[in-house]
Design a binder for this molecule. Structure first.
Ligand code: AMP
Ligand code: ZN
Length: 665
């Protein structure tokens, strides 16, 4: 088999596995096997740029940057949908339809996915472009970002039309969204408000590798253009599946409005089990001939109707807007509501997100507002009932100074959030920082909880995390709900935190954008806090995977005199501000400049330990063999293609023992 065939075969195989994994949810090989194949392909492509294919499965990781998204006119307009709210609405709609078309009417019921609409154009089975809905007539070309979404086929299978558009929704499933937010919170950033906005924001990121990292999914529901003998909506869904698209299986063909309502009632409950947000049902006249006859109004097709799930929305009165200050100083406006039952819980508060949101919805105190519980845990206000507004109501003026410390708020260019810049004295920031410091992933202090921290600050016993180490049992015992034993545990827990490793201390300091992973990177690179304090912004940016935003934030933190004093005090108390001697002893530069590829199964140490050894000793681990590779470390069952490749390029293949000898030197 020649190289070209080999490449094509790998691409085809990977495409199939990708489809099985991301579209059908039924993988037949392990992730590991998949990775091996992918790497194999990467190596071949690197060696043979002449066989470049913009739709290769290796390009899913993104990487290209879009500065300005080009505007594209849709081949056919992307309409909106009319809404219905009751059985009567649906029956009225049916009556209107039956006047316009002949014969019996059947309906396809689909779920209404709540994400960002997208139109994908395919030509000769290849994804040509992906365009956002925009104003329906023209949208933004976001192809590079959409290509990174694994369930979007880059090449189709079966018998497809030469050129067509397929439309659908890009969604962010709940678990992926929750994970993204956990990471943001850990990095001291504000969590995203909801999956839908985050999904649409993800399409407009300039760096496509960032989009690639987000667990987006693409669900499709509409074909337009040449039809390939398709006669009905239901059939077109099946066809789209055949061609490789992800078309959810929940859709159903029914022959009456009663059937539609049954579908609505069923999914109103069951949608809670779906992995992504849905906000209703879309009913479509099934017969495409009838659809053509019905046509469109100025805004929406006459042949389709949305039916929003309604159970999860209530009206209540907004009593007051208060403002919360987070540990990074970010201000979050909170709606204090007249308590109301919603989706099984009593709701008293809802997030208003930021000043823009309040302005956009024109929310005022004493307004009657619509509250909704979507995928997020915190309910949100989605609108105001303007008819119920009192004549003398006053427009909301966003606060200009911190509700806790009275400092004037700031807002960075392009950011939605206001911040209180008084990080040294603003109480919730002080408390928040200490709470972060003691949290599980940072210093993990047993016997000390978030509420106790707040109490200690209020009582004037501590003002920063270094103060924790000066606390005595006698000071703590008089506190509310403290007893001899719990006070002892608290002090003991604090003392024990002196053993916590440097990387976790670094994370615990609460530097904005320095989450767990970044802290690890910095700790490993600089080895001690003084080196980090001395590092310039340029030097920081040059560390692997540290971007400008992080570098600036690190610099800003250590440029503040108080923060440097804080570090000095931690040092005096014996907190680990450098990599431990033991760890350091296992580190060296003997592998400096050497690039390793690790393959196969090892006996004395695990694959991960081996990789760690390489990195700890200054070497680099690469996933694919190229002319730059210094050594291939081979264990049992090393793939034949790898050894072939190594031999061809004349790269030495060494054993586990050879490698360990190398490190010992
Ligand atoms: P709206 O934004 O309320 O006007 O609703 C129209 C939007 O619903 C469309 O632009 C689509 O993005 C979205 N939608 C979600 N699921 C479906 C579906 N199954 N069929 C048609 N449109 C859908
Ligand atoms: Zn403040």
């Amino acid at each position: 088999m020649d190289i070209k065939e080999q490449i094509n075969q790998l691409r085809e195989e990977l495409r199939e596995h990708n489809h099985k994994y991301y579209v059908l949810d039924t993988p037949v090989i392990s992730d590991y096997e998949f990775d091996i194949k992918l790497k194999e392909l990467q190596v071949l492509e690197e060696k043979h740029p002449e066989f470049y294919d913009p739709n290769s499965p290796t390009l899913r990781v993104g990487g290209s940057i879009t500065k300005n998204f080009e505007t594209v006119v849709h081949d056919t307009r992307m309409y909106s949908l009319d809404n219905s709210y009751s059985k009567e609405d649906l029956l009225d709609w049916e009556t209107r339809i039956k006047k316009l078309v002949d014969g019996p009417v059947t309906y396809t019921c689909e779920l209404k996915y709540d994400g960002a609409s997208i139109s994908l154009t395919y030509e000769n089975g290849v994804l040509l472009r992906a365009v956002t809905r925009g104003d329906g007539i023209q949208g933004d070309n976001v192809t590079t970002n959409v290509k990174t979404i694994k369930s979007v086929p880059l090449r189709l299978t079966g018998e497809y039309p030469d050129r067509f558009d397929i439309r659908g929704e890009i969604v962010l499933p709940y678990d992926g969204f929750a994970k993204m937010n956990q990471e943001r919170i850990a990095a001291g950033e504000e969590p995203y408000a909801n999956p839908r906005n985050t999904a649409s924001g993800s399409l407009k990121l300039q760096d496509s590798s960032e989009t690639a990292r987000r667990p987006l999914d693409c669900l499709l529901y509409n074909l337009s253009g040449e039809r390939l003998g398709i006669r009905s909506q239901y059939e077109s869904l099946a066809k789209a599946r055949e061609w490789g698209f992800k078309v959810p299986q929940e859709s159903k063909l029914v022959s009456s409005i009663d059937g539609v309502l049954e579908f609505v009632n069923y999914w109103d409950e069951k949608r809670r089990d779906l992995p992504y947000e849905t906000d209703g049902v879309v009913v479509k006249v099934n017969d495409l001939q009838q659809q053509d006859e019905l046509g469109y109004t100025a805004k929406a097709p006459r042949w389709a109707m949305a039916y929003k799930f309604k159970a999860e929305q209530v009206m209540t009165v907004l009593n007051e807007i208060t403002y919360q200050v987070g540990r990074t100083g970010a201000i979050t406006p909170v709606a204090n509501l007249e308590p109301v039952q919603l989706a099984g819980t009593t709701v008293k508060r809802a997030s208003l997100h930021n000043a823009d949101q309040i302005e956009k919805l024109d929310i005022r105190v004493h307004d009657t507002v619509f509250v909704e519980k979507g995928g997020e845990i915190i309910p949100k206000i989605i609108g105001v009932d303007f008819q119920k507004r009192k004549i003398n109501s006053i427009p909301t003026e966003y606060i200009t100074s911190c509700p806790e410390c009275n400092t004037s708020l700031t807002r960075k260019e392009g950011e939605a959030q206001h911040y209180c810049p008084n990080d040294q004295e603003c109480p919730p920031q002080i408390i928040g920082r200490i709470q972060h410091y003691i949290s599980r992933k940072a210093m993990d202090i047993d016997g000390l909880g978030g509420e106790t921290v707040a109490l200690l600050v209020k009582e004037g016993l501590i003002a920063d995390y270094a103060d924790l180490y000066a606390l005595t049992k006698e000071q703590v015992i008089p506190l509310e709900r403290m007893a001899e034993k719990s006070a002892e545990n608290l002090i003991e827990g604090i003392l024990k935190s002196k053993e916590v490793t440097f990387e976790r201390v670094l994370f615990g300091l609460g530097i904005r954008y320095v989450g767990e992973t970044v802290a690890k990177k910095l700790a490993k690179h600089y080895k001690n806090i003084d080196a980090i304090i001395a590092a310039t912004e340029e030097a920081l940016v040059n560390v692997d995977e540290i971007g400008i935003k992080i570098a600036q934030s690190v610099r800003e933190f250590f440029d503040i005199e108080q923060n440097r004093q804080l570090i000095n005090r931690l040092k005096k108390y014996g907190i680990q501000l450098e990599i431990s001697a033991e760890k350091l002893a296992n580190q060296s530069d003997v592998l400096q400049g050497k690039i390793f590829v690790v393959s196969g199964v090892f006996e004395k140490i695990s694959r991960n330990e081996l990789k760690k050894l390489i990195e700890d000793n200054g070497g680099k681990v690469s996933s694919s063999i190229s002319s730059k590779t210094t050594y291939v470390v081979a264990g049992a069952n090393m793939g034949p293609s790898k050894s072939e490749k190594a031999n061809k390029l004349g790269i030495p293949i060494i054993s586990e023992d050879d490698f360990l000898d190398l490190v010992k030197k």
